[in-house]
Design a protein around this ligand. Structure first.
Ligand code: UGA
Length: 471
């Protein structure tokens, strides 16, 4: 099929490259001429494992081309030739909310120019009320011409594993916005001809909610795991063993039950908050999701409290090494990253955070976002002279840290594991004190204050009241 993809961000660029991988002929269009130029020069606007190779291969093979909005002729002919037009423009307002201005502008550009028999595929995540308006928005833009077949095709890819998620989905969902003769659904299914997973057709609002529902449930699992970790700490249980046993129950499963600093990124936090606020505005009571949100925010604070606990309640003047800045490993995405909240809080409390992330671009962006945050180019530089270390993002390279070497370089000996990702014994064997989330720690060094078997949750509560706040 000939396909035009509008919007070359995290969703659109992955979609364009993966559709080319399935032998479709793809033109990717972005509003930014600079982005188009960079892509043609082989530079990606963000980090996604495997994407640069995929893009390079299909550009070289001719199945993937790029254009920018200003290049009227190229865009017009791509639109005229396309059997399917995929819209994947951003719907975030950059401030935790939704915006549909970009979507409306893009639809205004593509809908009037599409062939009558082409399908319009909306891939961006949309607020539910906009999904309900989509049919009339498209119809209005189409005017008196034959209505364009339109489907909503939510994406379920994760940053960091987006290519594998796209090429091997667990399901594909096609939500019918407008499709009088069924040709839209047929063409949308043709896009996914190589997929073996079930392809489900449903109404547009059901499709939109299948995406929202999945993300809200994942967020709920994580906040549940964080509550469970607190209970484990209270009673001296180990959350890792508890979840391992729970996961054998097919009704529960083990995924997304890892406690720590909680969920970040552009999807989960935003969708939980927006849904909760929208329900409140409509007078609908959804206390569970409000609690998911509250628990998630509390986790970042708990991380800082654990650092303070290890440092006898005072963070003033303490050098704290933060390992990992992005909201999860294998991405450069800092949107709603727990590390940013934590670094800001540490600065407010008079500490000096020194951060290391494997990606230079992420380090530079974080330094630009947070005045006073020091960023360094290696784990060694971060831990040098540190009073405490806080792991915020579980990048693979942190699992091979030699803690004995770290102990020598540090001034203090506190390690707070914000992802329950470290090998506890290796940290303890180096003579360091380990603080995690609901993990049992039996062999803390003798002089470490407030360690197991005292319940960590109670300790955190104690220390919350004792953190010294600079005047
Ligand atoms: C999420 C969904 O997982 C995707 O299915 C969806 O397509 C995407 O949003 C989207 O709406 O576009 P993503 O935001 O890339 O994907 O990240 P996740 O892998 O879901 O992780 C979200 C956050 O939860 C990360 O900060 C991660 O560290 C945290 N997390 C994850 C936990 O704290 N504990 C866990 O057990 C799992």
């Amino acid at each position: 099929m000939r396909i035009a993809v509008f919007g070359l961000g995290y969703v659109g660029l992955v979609t364009a490259a993966c559709l080319a991988e399935w032998d479709h002929d793809v033109v990717g269009v972005d509003a930014s001429a600079a982005r188009r130029k960079a892509l043609d020069a082989g530079e990606l606007p963000f980090h996604e494992p495997g994407l640069a190779d995929l893009v390079a291969r299909h550009r070289a093979g001719g199945r993937l081309r790029f254009a920018a909005d200003g290049e009227g002729d190229v865009v017009a002919s791509a639109l005229k030739e396309a059997d399917a037009v995929v819209v994947a423009v951003g719907t975030h307002d950059g401030n935790g909310g939704w915006q549909t201005t970009t979507m409306l502008a893009c639809l205004g550009q593509v809908v009037p120019a599409m062939r009558d028999d082409a399908v319009l595929v909306i891939r961006s995540t949309l607020p539910p009320e906009f999904v309900n308006r989509l049919r009339s928005v498209v119809a209005e833009l189409r005017g008196t011409r034959r209505p364009i077949s339109t489907v909503l095709n939510p994406e379920f890819t994760r940053e960091g594993t987006a290519i594998a998620d796209f090429l091997g989905p667990e399901r594909v969902v096609i939500g019918i916005v407008d499709d009088a003769d069924g040709s839209g659904e047929r063409r949308a299914r043709d896009l996914y001809a190589k997929v073996e997973a079930p392809i489900l057709t449903m109404s547009a609002i059901d499709a939109g909610f299948s995406k929202l529902g999945a993300n809200l449930f994942l967020a709920t699992k994580i906040s549940f795991a964080n509550e469970l970790a607190r209970l484990c700490a209270l009673y001296g249980a180990d959350v890792g063993s508890v979840v391992e046993a729970m996961a054998f129950d097919a009704r529960i499963g083990g995924a997304f039950l890892r406690p720590g600093v909680g969920f970040g990124g552009s999807c989960l936090p935003h969708q939980v908050t927006m849904t909760t606020e929208a329900a409140a505005r409509s007078g609908v009571d959804i206390p569970l999701l409000a609690a998911v949100d509250a628990v998630n925010h509390r986790q970042r604070e708990t991380f800082v409290e654990l650092l303070a606990l290890g440092l006898d309640g005072s963070l003033v003047g303490r050098r704290v090494a933060l390992l990992g800045l992005s909201f999860k490993p294998d991405t450069d995405d800092l949107r709603d990253a727990p590390a940013l909240t934590i670094a800001r809080r540490l600065l407010t409390l008079g500490a000096q955070p020194v951060a290391y992330d494997p990606l230079a671009v992420t380090r530079d962006r974080a330094a630009a976002l947070i005045e006073g945050l020091e960023v360094v180019e290696s784990v060694d530089a971060a831990v040098e002279g540190a009073d405490a270390i806080g792991l915020v993002t579980e990048w693979a390279e942190f699992s091979s840290i030699d803690w004995t070497v770290v102990k020598e370089a540090m001034r203090g000996r506190v390690v707070v594991d914000g992802r329950n990702a470290l090998d506890v014994q290796r940290v303890l064997d180096a003579g360091l004190a380990y603080y995690g989330f609901g993990r049992r720690v039996v062999d803390q060094p003798p002089s470490v204050k407030s360690t197991a078997p005292e319940p960590a949750a109670r300790n955190v509560q104690d220390v919350t009241d004792r953190i010294e706040v600079p005047a």
